[in-house]
Design a protein around this ligand. Sequence first.
Ligand code: MN3
Length: 199
Amino acid sequence: MAFELPDLPYAYDALAPYMSAETLEFHHDKHHLTYVNTGNKLLEGSGLEGKSLEEVVKGAYGKNQGLFNNAGQHFNHIHFWNWMKPNGGGNKVPDKLMKAIESDIGGFDKFREDFINAGVTQFGSGWCWLAVKDGKLEVMKTPNGENPLVHGAIPVLGCDVWEHSYYIDYRNRRPDYLAAWVDNLINWEYAEAMYEKAV
Ligand code: MN3
């Protein structure tokens, strides 16, 4: 199955002022499209044609770095667009996921602190995550295009901390981007749906 660029699930200006239309135009139309196009070229002849995207990500990890980078980023961005919505964020977490955040992480405030800290301390490009591992939620961070799938976990929520995700709107202020993202942009319903499938 060839990779395809999905449309954004909202208008380009829908996440302003926390993420501008200009950021989404560059990030979705250029960066994500490049992962799709490069991934499709590298998929040809890889032996992983016809596999699901998740299988390509796991199958290429540690074996075909170029394909892994692009397939991993394709997977990450498909979800990233859906992990955001206008008027999102804050502690309006659906019941089942909130209960798990309380029991596994130690409460919403602890989640917020740990998740932002994971993003701030990811050196260079990468992602911070809320993921299910061995049936429990944990906060993780990964470099470059890696994600929880290749570390024995299933992603529930992830934030892109590559500079292309925030430099237009926040310049070098990654902590401000992460705080705005958690407080105003998270689509908790999408995260809850991924949590339900993961446990
Ligand atoms: Mn990105």
